[in-house]
Write a protein that binds this ligand. Sequence first.
Ligand code: DOR
Ligand code: ZN
Length: 362
Amino acid sequence: MSTDTLFAAETAASAPVEITIRRPDDWHVHLRDGAMLRAVLPFTANQFKRAIIMPNLVPPVTSVEAAASYRERILSALPEGSDFEPMMTCYLTDHTTPDEIERGYREGVWRAAKLYPAGATTNSHAGVTDIAALAPVLERMERIGMAVLVHGEATDPEIDIFDREAAFMEASLLPMLRRHEGLRVVVEHATTAETIDIVRAHASHAACTITPHHLVINRTTIFQGGLRPHLYCLPVAKRERHRQALRKAATSGEGCFMLGTDTAPHRRGAKQAECCSAGIFGGATALQTYVQVFDEEGALDRFEAFASLNGARFHGIPVNEGTITLVKKPSTALAAVSVEEEDVVVFRGGEPLPWSIGEIRP
Ligand code: DOR
Ligand code: ZN
């Protein structure tokens, strides 16, 4: 899964040797549960101070009690001495009630709710079948100031997979933004230039997360020399012009663009399979990849805004106090992480990376 070709064309000649920024947050993470949670959590906890935890477990995290106990399982799986803070989310279904949403928010159990159109992606079958019918829940969220995080892909199997994000934006997101003008909406893992434009046009109450992989691969990379299952995720990477638009947006410094890795581990057997699961495990190489992109774009001075400021501001919480230093010093990424008798392949794993993680000050 080499991404060398794309990088080689873009490597900038002049760059400072290191950069120190406030500790970053990851606004979109899949930590899973059990053995997988224990295997992947240290990587996210090492890179980030806080992270928004996706609720698409089996069964999904739909109640206040389920979210509170998942949070406890994450805290008990943390490496000794870690100060990582998971920020929990509620999985919206057709049966979610406004009162349950408000209770979890007031009790400080969850920070946001995740809207999966039913069937859009991994473990989303219990998601929302009719977004218009969710209006009472969204109105309550608007009133209490709770953000909704949206997986923006249409689910009609007739729609070309590369057009599903665009179709969702037209049919569902724009109407939602118009109906709920005070609702804070995060479009998750944006993959198209058009989504970027929509977010920018609604920046008073909309934002989006951008993943490391969508900044460095395009849809052709998935087929480079053969089919590369470890580069398959949803939304699937799009054409090169979209990747370029994502890079410009992420490095623009604009407050509506924030870091969200969408690190989504699956065991090797589930990826190298007849029907490959969607998801890229980017948690172990996320900051190294993001900072490389900012370096290549000549925008290292805007990296802190994207990684450590914009998300906290959008969600209305304080930015982190500590710092992390990223050093332009080559390192080789770990190829894979063991989980019981199997492993999970690391995004850019085994490749030489030009940037490394340096000192972290709490
Ligand atoms: O590629 C993906 N994997 N996209 C998603 O939306 C879900 C995720 C997962 O949970 O594996
Ligand atoms: Zn995700």
